[in-house]
Unconditional design. Structure first.
Length: 617
């Protein structure tokens, strides 16, 4: 019989539509701006909670709901402005180093939807707010760091071969060693050139001024710089993942810049501190009294700058050898970081500590920083800002080696639990291969994101309204079927994006608006075909059947070509283009389902198998 579906098709369509409705519903429950209060150790006391409640009431900040979980207290608020005010007021009220007050976005999805593992779409930076960082990688520092490592290895090699050297100097791309005689220099050149082929070697001076100058080749310089930026990309991605940011963007821009976008991050100071931290660790032995001065360095303690220790310049291992690190507390309740080394790092640490039992070993904390200063050009008189990079070194701990270390050990002597947590995070995510500096910083506030959302929703509503009006006026009852299918299409689109965890951005909303317009194209083709068949004298049932059957090929061809374009956009495009391509691709597939199956099911239920003299089309 014409225009009748078997029961299983109706059930399939019903299951798909109900599933789509369930997984799209969480988007009607936006996350609440919240303030999260946590403490180290015991939970927040009743007296502290009362003080917080009183100060919020006194400042007319309404609390929607309070929740307690795992010693943390969550206050759900009405808007972002109240959230920012509440954080500042709570910080001033509690004023306790052990209490951490953080901004949060608390999920508001009802429990019965969570039972289906349903969650709302992730909003992008332009909708949710967040921070945009443009970071500049210090390529000169990358070369200097590599030369320092090479210099340390060369000095060890010369000591093993008992070749006497005097001073080591690093300048730009060059490394120079001074020797007591030309014979020692020539012996060193033959030895070092075999182990370090990436240098151009030049001998200068004679006698006590005999010097070996080693300059990195252009190819090696390029390799070091590429490695530096690629390693920094990996490290920054790890750090961002540790921050728990949904759908972040970390990508290279140009030869020496990296773009980092963190949607939803509201504590920009903490994000900037973690992302831009160039901290690293070095493990060095304390110098003996008879150690030559050229092989030592005096470093102050971080906790007490007046206290100093003299350590060897040569590094046993650095933070690059750390495979994992976690925050914990020692036997006295003090903060510590438990460290696991990789195979190479464990071997080097074991070799060094086994041979130096009873000797002190220092853990040196290193940070690359910069100072900005104003400089006036003497010729033009223009004032510009110049960045002066510098390095800060501080000893975290200086402890006696009691026995040979293995792949696991602890760092104690840290000032606070927040410092140990941050140090563990930096070590887990890896150290930067070269220092980075903030070339640009932009913050998109939640209010701007809310305006973008409202304007985007308004565009969807206007587009939907115009399409609905046109279809009703043009196709009457069949236009009503098309409009119902359009609503189902929008529901399925939102549900699929929520299930896939796709990020919704402003270009994504543009893709949804375009999809709404394209979604009725298939229905227009079908309905016009039905009209044409009716004009050719076919019966109502035959015209409906022919309209859907004969328009099928055209619909598939048109949508497949658009889908291929969307796939290409996604594969070669950047963030905004990808967001547009994702919504467009999903919209095309869902519109084909609703146009070919859902509207046909409604037409079949209304007209199928019934004597119909006239169609309202």
């Amino acid at each position: 019989m014409l225009n009748r579906y078997p029961l299983w098709k109706y059930l399939l369509i019903l299951v798909v539509l109900v599933t789509g409705l369930i997984y799209s519903l969480p988007n009607l429950f936006p996350a609440d701006p919240a303030v999260q209060i946590s403490t180290q150790g015991s939970a927040l006391s009743e007296r502290q909670r009362d003080r917080v409640t009183d100060v919020l009431q006194d400042n007319d900040i309404a609390v929607k709901r309070t929740e307690q979980q795992d010693g943390q207290w969550l206050l759900r608020l009405n808007n972002a402005d109240d959230q920012l005010r509440a954080r500042d007021l709570i910080n001033d009220t509690l004023d306790d180093d052990d209490v951490t007050v953080a901004l949060n976005l608390a999920e508001a999805t009802p429990g019965w939807l969570k039972a289906f593992n349903a969650s709302p779409m992730t909003l992008g930076l332009d909708l949710r707010g967040g921070v945009h960082f443009l970071l500049e990688v210090d390529m000169d520092a990358a070369l200097t760091q590599r030369l320092e490592v090479n210099a340390s290895a060369m000095r060890e090699l010369l000591r093993d071969e008992r070749i006497r050297y005097r001073n080591t100097e690093i300048d730009d791309r060059s490394l120079s060693l001074e020797f007591a005689s030309a014979e020692d220099r020539d012996d060193a050149r033959r030895l070092i050139s075999r182990e370090f082929p990436d240098f151009d070697y030049q001998s200068e001076g004679d006698g006590r001024g005999a010097t070996l100058v080693m300059t990195l080749t252009d190819q090696k310089v390029s390799e070091i710089q590429d490695y530096a930026i690629n390693q920094n990309l990996t490290t920054l991605r790890n750090r961002v993942n540790e921050l728990g940011v949904a759908e972040p963007k970390v990508q290279r821009q140009g030869p020496n810049r990296i773009v980092v976008e963190l949607p939803g991050v509201q504590d920009t100071t903490a994000a900037k501190r973690i992302v831009g931290a160039t901290a690293n660790l070095e493990f060095r032995l304390e110098a003996r009294s008879d150690t030559p001065e050229r092989e030592t360095e005096t470093i102050a303690f971080r906790s007490n700058p007046e206290r100093e220790a003299t350590v060897l310049r040569d590094v046993i291992i650095s933070g690059d050898s750390v495979s994992s690190a976690s925050q914990s507390f020692d036997e006295n309740g003090g903060p510590q970081v438990s460290i696991n080394l990789d195979g190479t790092g464990g071997t080097l640490m074991n070799r060094a500590t086994r041979a130096n039992i009873g000797r002190n070993m220092a853990v040196v904390f290193i940070e690359h920083k910069s100072r900005d200063r104003e400089v006036t050009d003497p010729e033009t008189g223009e004032t510009k800002t110049v960045r002066d990079p510098y390095v800060e070194r501080g000893i975290i701990s200086l402890a006696t080696i009691q026995s040979a270390f293995g792949n696991s050990f602890r760092i104690t002597g840290l000032e606070s639990s927040s410092e140990s947590a941050e140090l563990a995070l930096l070590l887990r995510s890896g150290s930067l291969a070269a220092p980075i500096y903030f070339a640009q910083e932009r913050t998109i506030g939640p209010s701007l994101g809310q305006k973008n959302i409202e304007r985007g929703l308004l565009s969807v509503e206007l587009g939907l309204l115009l399409v609905v009006a046109f279809m009703l006026l043009r196709y009457k009852v069949f236009g009503l079927f098309a409009n119902l299918a359009l609503a189902f299409n929008l529901t399925l689109l939102v549900a699929v994006m929520s299930l896939l965890g796709a990020t919704l951005t402003l270009p994504g909303i543009a893709g949804i608006v375009l999809t709404l317009g394209m979604a009725v194209d298939a229905n227009v083709l079908i309905f016009e075909r039905i009209r044409e068949e009716l004009r050719h004298g076919l019966s109502v049932q035959q015209a409906i059947h022919a309209g859907y059957e004969r328009a099928f090929t055209s619909i598939i061809d048109a949508n497949i070509t658009t889908l291929l374009v969307a796939i290409i956009l996604f594969s070669i495009g950047t963030g905004p283009v990808k967001g547009f391509a994702v919504t467009l691709s999903i919209g095309i597939l869902s519109s084909m389902f609703t146009a070919l199956l859902v509207t046909r099911a409604m037409v079949n239920l209304t007209y199928g198998g019934k004597p119909v003299k006239k169609l309202w089309i």
